[in-house]
Design a protein around this ligand. Sequence first.
Ligand SMILES: Nc1ncnc2c1ncn2[C@@H]1O[C@H](COP(=O)(O)OP(=O)(O)OP(=O)(O)O)[C@@H](O)[C@H]1O
Length: 308
Amino acid sequence: MQIVTIQNLKKIFKDKEVLKGINLEIPENSIFGFIGKNGAGKTTTMKSILGLLKVDEGSIKIYDDIVTFGENKTNKYIGYLPDVPEFYRFMNAREYLKLCGEALGLANDIVVKRTEELLTLVGLANEVSRIKGYSRGMKQRLGIAQALLGKPKLLICDEPTSALDPKGRKEILDILSSVKNETTVLFSTHILTDVERICTHVVFLDEGVIKLQGKIDEIKKMHQSNEYIIQFLDENHAKKISKRFELDLVNPIEVKVLVQKLNEVLAYMIKENIAFSKIEFLEKTLESFYLEVIQKWSRFYHFSRKNY
Ligand SMILES: Nc1ncnc2c1ncn2[C@@H]1O[C@H](COP(=O)(O)OP(=O)(O)OP(=O)(O)O)[C@@H](O)[C@H]1O
């Protein structure tokens, strides 16, 4: 079942069309990576899902309920962590979550129980200091606890790992990964390795247009590489093979070869007594694939424009 269905969503700020008719479906219990460079329209999309922006065209549904600007009936399903979460810095984590629980209208005993569960989940159960002394990573973890307080069906996080060091990023990714059985997760980022680590689904947004969306496994399978890397012991051998077969040198001791040519190259290497240290299938990363998709579209865009 789809938890979010977006149809033909358009948003214009002044004279700039920031979302150009996007269609997006987020299935329940997925971890959805929302990828796009700065200014692509990720925050605008997320705020639209939360009903915080008035859209110019199109519709958004949470399950079967239509999202309406200024109304919060669909937000009962959603927990939200903004890109720069704000806190009452003089409070400690428990005081802050108690306040958030009251704002949500939860009963006191439920808030107390949920606070302990969530502080354990985000690794802050033993933290008694005030929020003003927290690191960025701790603030993000507390922000996730706050967003999960009302047991939302959908957790939306706007760039939760972008400002963090590798350890802080891993902690956040582990938390997002651990809640997937109870909550669908949508998080935006421009760090593709983070998406590759935990996401089941991905969407590429570029200049307000969705270039690709789907299951990561299927996308990777569909766009599988057909190249190998041969690593030599000697730079001269790499140079010689590269020249003879017109192969790209990846670095001074490695060449890239298409699978169709591999046997021919290997036969020549055996004949010439050229040793190698490694032959490896070139697995495409999400990052290389993303760049390929974005470039292909931009070539297509320029080509189309030329033909007008
Ligand atoms: N309130 C606003 N008024 C005018 N322009 C806006 C407003 N909010 C966003 N924009 C513009 O819309 C575009 C998309 O912004 P958005 O914040 O959605 O991008 P993003 O993908 O989240 O990028 P980032 O990673 O930088 O946060 C940008 O060009 C931004 O300047």
